[in-house]
Design a protein around this ligand. Structure first.
Ligand SMILES: Nc1ncnc2c1ncn2[C@@H]1O[C@H](COP(=O)(O)OP(=O)(O)OP(=O)(O)O)[C@@H](O)[C@H]1O
Ligand SMILES: [Mg+2]
Length: 239
């Protein structure tokens, strides 16, 4: 397997304050990386640097291959008269490729939106729109899929389906690399092959099975309180 994301000595500051510093890591093709860390840790900033939205950093950042990106805050306008299935298909069109409606239908089914495919996008709830955005990102057939809190605003059922979908996607396309920021620690530890604990800098980074509670305690203040409030905290209990 080859390196698909390469970051060396990354630093990003605003007004003399370091948002990110001394961040270095490699991601190999096919990895499913979970990026975790408290609010304000710099996770979205890192993601924006990776997708090229933030350019004024220092250090070396290289992402090889096509990137599919689902931002934390949905910036897509959706007040125009476009159907759900058309919006999903735009993922492929944006890359200059044609796509069959069967494929669009299949992906919408996977995100649980098949019954909404003829609806207008403005008619979707925020959680449904989030799922649709994931469908669109997948249909773009990226080499690297970058998701920033994809589960935010999605209900329990939808969340489980969301992560199933990602697992399924990973099985179908083993070389697909996924980087996912998430506060759903249980899901991260269940699905991801690699975990990165970020708080301004990388505090730990390695295979999921090698990440210890002690590592997490270093980055999450009030860890005990926090972990109790987190779903699936029993996953840690086992460790
Ligand atoms: N353009 C900017 N100007 C000033 N401060 C910024 C800017 N962008 C980000 N920050 C600050 O950088 C820090 C990291 O922000 P970021 O959005 O990356 O955090 P995060 O880890 O994604 O948090 P969350 O879990 O809440 O999404 C925050 O303290 C934020 O206020
Ligand atoms: Mg964020």
């Amino acid at each position: 397997m080859s390196v698909i994301v390469e970051v060396r000595n990354l630093r990003f500051s605003v007004g003399g304050v370091d948002i990110l510093k001394d961040v270095s890591f490699d991601v190999e093709e096919g990895e499913f990386v979970g990026i975790i860390g408290p609010n304000g840790a710099g996770k979205s900033t890192l993601v924006k640097i990776l997708v090229g939205e933030i350019k004024k950093y220092t250090g070396h950042v290289r992402v090889l291959g096509r990137v599919g990106y689902l931002p934390q805050v949905q910036t897509s306008r959706r007040d125009f008269p476009m159907k759900v299935r058309e919006f999903a298909a735009m993922g492929a069109y944006a890359k200059g490729r044609k796509i069959s409606w069967d494929k669009v239908k299949e992906t919408l089914e996977k995100v649980g939106l098949s019954n909404k495919s003829e609806h207008l996008i403005r008619e979707l709830s925020p959680g449904e729109f989030q799922r649709l955005s994931l469908a669109r990102a997948i249909l773009a057939e990226p080499d690297v899929l970058i998701l920033d809190e994809p589960e935010a605003g999605v209900d329990e059922m939808g969340r489980a389906r969301f992560f199933e979908l990602l697992d399924d996607l990973k099985k179908r396309i083993p070389h697909l690399t996924v980087l996912m920021v998430s506060h759903d620690i249980g899901m991260v530890f269940q699905s991801c092959t690699t975990v990165m604990c970020l708080n301004r800098t990388l505090h730990c980074h390695g295979p999921t099975s090698e990440i210890k509670i002690e590592d997490l305690k270093k980055i999450f203040v009030d860890f005990d309180l926090w972990i109790k409030g987190n779903r699936h905290y029993e996953i840690f209990h086992r460790k």
